[in-house]
Ligand binder design. Sequence first.
Ligand SMILES: NC(=O)c1ccc[n+]([C@@H]2O[C@H](COP(=O)([O-])OP(=O)(O)OC[C@H]3O[C@@H](n4cnc5c(N)ncnc54)[C@H](O)[C@@H]3O)[C@@H](O)[C@H]2O)c1
Length: 359
Amino acid sequence: MKTILITGGAGFIGSNFVKLMLDKHPEYKIINIDALTYAGNIENLKEVSDNSNYVFIKADIRDREKIEEIFSLYDIDNVVNFAAESHVDRSIEEPEVFLTTNVIGTQTLLDVAKKYWKVNPEDKYCREYKEGVKFLQVSTDEVYGALGKTGMFVETMPLMPNSPYSASKASADMVVRAYHETFGMPINITRCSNNYGPYQFPEKLIPLMINNCLKEKDLPVYGDGMQVRDWLHVSDHCSAIDTVLHKGVDGEVYNIGGNNEKANIEIIKLIIKTLGKSEDLIKYVKDRPGHDRRYAIDNTKITTELGWEPVYTFEKGIKETIEWYLSNTEWFENIVSGNYVKYYEEMYSGIDEVAASEE
Ligand SMILES: NC(=O)c1ccc[n+]([C@@H]2O[C@H](COP(=O)([O-])OP(=O)(O)OC[C@H]3O[C@@H](n4cnc5c(N)ncnc54)[C@H](O)[C@@H]3O)[C@@H](O)[C@H]2O)c1
């Protein structure tokens, strides 16, 4: 049985990935660790909480002692690192936590994994690792910076991040690469475009607009709303990570994208139309500092070398996503009201985290 440590698995993409892995690989043990920051919502994982192959541990990836404890308790084969501060706007207000979690947290995980995975951890020249181990870093296309009207991001491009968020992710990518080059650590890095789908925290564009639109509140649009993103359904992102985890060539970086370039304003107007509301709700606001104009992913490498293909068209994905938010208003309201924090307290309070999670 393989044991996979998923970090940040109570967040948007991580929780979708935990569920995909338990469903697609019922023979694997999945250990999900998450610090449960404002973005972590254990309610996202309600339906798998009784699965005997699933363990949840509340842990901060910067807490070396705790990470060591987890590695000593479980025979971990792979780490898939989603844990991160992920909201660009917040990184402009408060960059420091982005650096500590996204960079130092990643380095802490790498360091502990190296200690447990190296055949001879005492020998600094040893580049031999246990069979089948791998560290997969979940990164973003934002590390490449912004594109003009044409062109696409390819894996060999230099990294030119523009926000504290993307700078912290680019730094983490560099540290992961360095552990591969210096210590021979088996790694892959994935760089994905913007995701949408169920369980996305309502501070991000699509759920925010759906929520505000339903309540007929203003729809704040940065600048002229013509910032272009390459949107991918979260389940396609998760299947791509699963593919890289199993088939990715050691040391390689893979871009993930679905060739779905859309301007923010196009998406907002589509949401308004689908929900039968008025475009008068749109309120243009001053643009965000350093707002990248356009991202677009060239996914040739992962599609041709690993045979991955996205399943969703944008039209199908956005329709299903809007329907999901409409039929999960309670999930939405629990976040907006802050009640989701209580769910964890009610489920786990007073119980030793590691022991409780073994159930
Ligand atoms: N959302 C996107 O469009 C997108 C696109 C490409 C890549 N990514 C990357 O995917 C990953 C997940 O993104 P997301 O949108 O699901 O983010 P998210 O903010 O929804 O989830 C992040 C999770 O990490 C946890 N976390 C934060 N700090 C932690 C720490 N110190 N220790 C342990 N857990 C911690 C949070 O509690 C949360 O559950 C991130 O690394 C992000 O950079 C996201």
